[in-house]
Design a protein. Structure first.
Length: 173
């Protein structure tokens, strides 16, 4: 429910992906967020954390933050530790690496990413993002272009291609 509340802001009218940090939070469904937080609180009060409750707990700090910069990434990392402990899913660990990169800096995120299989879907896109945040636009642009070739959808491919082009254009000017 908390993730679904952001649906309207995830893409532009022409279908382009909008990363979470760039989404217009005014387009998020606040009623759905309020309801989702209430459901999450009730579930957590039962003290029986499962995968779905952990996913909601990961989404909640995004919904609570008025801006992307105010997101409590430390809390998100802590919540990612729960499903990692439950299933040790490589996809959850990949998402956790992104959160670590936000909470503790891109090098910490890259270290967490290094523990995963590079063949994992979206691994290269995450590596590109973390290298960009670490101030390495050359590596980031190369990785964004590589990730675009592996993207599972046209919208994702276009998004990653634009990221690579933006970084390459900065090097030229």
């Amino acid at each position: 429910m908390l993730r679904r509340a952001r649906r309207a802001a995830r893409t532009t009218p022409d279908g382009r992906l909008v990363p979470l940090a760039e989404q217009d939070r005014g387009r998020w469904d606040t009623g759905m967020i309020t309801e989702g937080v209430g459901v999450l609180r009730a579930a957590l009060a039962r003290d029986r954390l499962g995968e779905f409750q952990a996913q909601a707990a990961i989404a909640a700090p995004h919904a609570d933050a008025a801006t992307a910069e105010e997101t409590d990434w430390v809390q998100i990392v802590e919540w990612y530790d729960e499903p990692v402990g439950l299933s040790d899913s490589p996809v959850v660990r990949l998402n956790r690496a992104v959160a670590v990169g936000e909470a503790d800096g891109p090098r910490a995120g890259l270290a967490a990413l290094a523990e995963l299989d590079p063949a994992l879907p979206r691994y290269t896109a995450v590596a590109a993002h973390l290298h960009e945040r670490d101030g390495d636009p050359v590596t980031a642009a190369r990785l964004y272009a590589e990730a675009a070739h592996r993207a599972p959808s046209l919208a994702e491919r276009d998004h990653l291609t634009r990221r690579a082009a933006r970084l390459n254009a900065r090097r030229v000017t």
